[in-house]
Design a protein around this ligand. Structure first.
Ligand code: JFZ
Length: 473
């Protein structure tokens, strides 16, 4: 399929944002001059996105009062899968839900231990739910008492502890923040009990919530916790407008110009059908396909977020875990297509990462110890990112090496059609130093002879000094 067509389809589906990047000359921020952060030069945008692109793999953490009911309300298993939506699905009145928030007391929470697990999994950044749709703040907010320090038994600032532990390990730290808020009376409190979305009065109240509540909270997250990413969500509520989306984007960037913001802060994800390129001025630095991977490469940045089982928040009855193999293949596939992979955990109310999650993270980390060179800070190929179903390619940023990641354990030899090795090229498997025998011909391509026994599991990476055959397209 033609690339433009794929991109149009993705845009129509709302998978990627399409902020028309940089038209002209770069604007130097000056004191007392209002900078238009939506109008950024391509060079500045590239520089701002660099660490995020290089880091490739991050952890999403969905943690809040919903971990306590864990998908079960008054003895009844709530059939909808997203456990963090229990307030909505079980129609729990605000005052009753608050009891979960009060009860929250994760005695076993150990920020350093979490950070260690994240680091060992080969993840480079974190996106933590500072406030989900339930409106509960997981940090010590001065704007409200509905937070883990002032409201809960626990009384400690989880976000502070975790962000500091992560930074100590060299991880970047970002936050998820829901625009929709089921707790705030000016926002969507009890909206699922009475349908009152979108009325003029509601719009006015919601505008007040944005100004007096959401903006000051965002300011706290940036100024007190210096977050590296703002990952918005819940932008689909009728009260929220495209103009507000742009304003919030500008606001956040003005507080921290080099922060990175997803496309769910604006309305670009919705109602995209029939939109043409000329009105594509939605704010956001990267697209957020959810629970899926794009069909191919894209012209804008994107990050695929995914759960390991079928829920974001902890759900006690969800045992439908994806295999470590699937998760590793996903990471490889996403990387070859030029995206990032944000893999979710839903910690327990005691403050533990579920065991099945940790087991999978360990497997991924072990694989990355050997093969990470083919994942982090790589580019996708100009030509095809794959050969058949079982081979994916990436290349080093200096353009000198191609990585062929083999998803099936290869037999004696493997032939790569579109890779031309340099003269005297050294070809080896990551994790082994041995130079492998190879032959090359214009018609057949590159054939590499593999060692008799292969160590490792899941996928094997050939590092090839060479280049793409058809790199011209
Ligand atoms: C949202 C949340 O409602 C959910 O609880 C979780 O936090 C997830 C990461 O994000 O859910 C969405 C958001 C976007 C889409 C679907 C569900 N979407 O784009 O189709």
């Amino acid at each position: 399929m033609n690339k433009n067509l794929i991109v149009s389809i993705l845009l129509a589906l709302g998978f990627i944002s399409c902020q028309d990047k940089p038209k002209d000359a770069k604007q130097e921020p000056e004191k007392n001059t209002k900078v238009n952060y939506l109008d950024e030069s391509m060079a500045d945008f590239e520089a701002r996105m660099q660490w995020w692109r290089d880091d490739t793999f991050g952890m999403f953490i969905h943690w809040g009062p919903y971990a306590i009911p864990a998908g079960v309300y008054k003895g009844k298993d709530i059939k909808e899968k997203n456990a963090e939506w229990i307030m909505h699905f079980a129609k729990i009145p605000t005052t009753e839900y608050e009891l979960f928030a009060k009860e929250l007391d994760p005695k076993k929470f150990d920020a350093d231990q979490w950070a260690g697990i994240i680091k060992d999994a080969g993840m480079k950044y974190v996106v933590f739910t500072s406030k989900h749709h339930d409106g509960f703040a997981m940090w010590d907010s001065q704007v409200s008492d509905y937070d883990i320090v002032d409201f809960s038994t626990y009384g400690k600032d989880v976000l502070k502890l975790l962000s500091e532990a992560c930074r100590k390990k060299g991880l970047k730290f970002g936050v998820y923040y829901s625009i929709m808020d089921w707790h705030h009376p000016d926002a969507q409190a009890d909206s699922y009990l009475e349908s009152r979305e979108g009325t003029p009065e509601n719009k006015a109240n919601f505008a007040r919530y944005l100004e007096d509540y959401m903006k000051p909270q965002l300011k706290e997250l940036i100024e007190n916790y210096d977050v590296d990413i703002l990952w918005f969500d819940g932008e689909w509520v009728k009260e929220y407008t495209h103009a507000q989306g742009k304003e919030i984007y500008e606001y956040v960037r003005s507080l921290k110009p080099d922060i990175i913001i997803n496309n769910r802060g604006d309305k670009g994800r919705q109602g995209m059908q029939g939109m043409n390129k000329d009105d594509s001025d939605f704010a956001g630095d990267f697209g957020t396909p959810e629970q899926e991977i794009l069909e191919g490469t894209a012209t804008t940045d994107w990050e695929s977020c995914m759960t390991m089982n079928d829920t974001w928040g902890y759900r006690i009855n969800d045992h439908n875990w994806k295999s470590a193999e699937t998760l590793i293949y996903n990471l490889i596939d996403v990387t070859a297509k030029g995206g990032n992979y944000l893999l979710n955990v839903g910690p327990t109310p005691e403050g533990l990462l579920p065991k099945p999650s940790v087991e999978r993270l360990n497997e991924i980390g072990t694989w990355l110890d050997t093969n990470g060179e083919a994942i982090y800070a790589t580019d996708n190929l100009k030509g095809d990112y794959k050969q058949g179903e079982d081979i994916r390619f990436t290349k080093s940023k200096d353009g000198k090496s191609i990585y062929a990641i083999l998803l099936e354990k290869p037999r004696n030899t493997i032939t790569l059609k579109n890779i031309r090795p340099d003269e005297g090229s050294k070809i080896r498997l990551l994790g082994a130093d041995e130079a492998l025998k190879w032959t090359y011909s214009n018609t057949k391509g590159l054939t590499v002879t593999l060692p008799k026994s292969l160590v490792g599991k899941y996928a094997w990476t050939l590092k090839i000094e060479g280049e793409e055959q058809n790199a011209s397209n």
